[in-house]
Design a protein. Structure first.
Length: 128
């Protein structure tokens, strides 16, 4: 079966457990989602190290819930060798969750949604 041109996206449990159990999986890209807190960044750094050690592919760090330049600087400093994509803290995401609707449907112009759309576009672009 030819799977060229196919894409599978998996939302895995938080932490590094799943990464430690991956064998020679055909992984091209790992998104490491972190928040600007010491514990989240610490776990993200361990995940990035596992991705490198297991040669799982490229790792991109998604800095989620970024409120200001200091938040972004904290994450960027922890991952100097990785692309870091900032997703702003956005009340539209919380409101959509409370209302049980997809943020993309309820607030497509919200800053966090726009940042996520740009990230998705970049990841599916040829040569990414």
């Amino acid at each position: 079966m030819d799977f060229s041109g196919q894409m599978v996206v998996a939302d895995l449990e938080a932490g590094v457990g799943t990464l430690t159990r991956l064998g020679d999986a055909g992984v091209d890209l790992v998104l490491i989602v972190v928040e600007p807190t010491p514990k989240s960044v610490e776990v993200g750094c361990r995940a990035a190290a596992l991705v490198a050690d297991k040669q799982l592919g490229r790792a991109v760090v998604v800095a989620s819930r970024i409120r200001n330049d200091d938040d972004l600087a904290m994450v960027t400093k922890a991952f100097p060798d990785h692309q870091v994509v900032a997703i702003p803290d956005d009340p539209a995401i919380v409101a959509a969750d409370r209302n049980g609707v997809a943020p993309l449907d309820s607030a497509p112009d919200a800053p966090a949604i726009q940042a996520l759309v740009r990230l998705a576009d970049e990841l599916v672009a040829p040569g990414s």
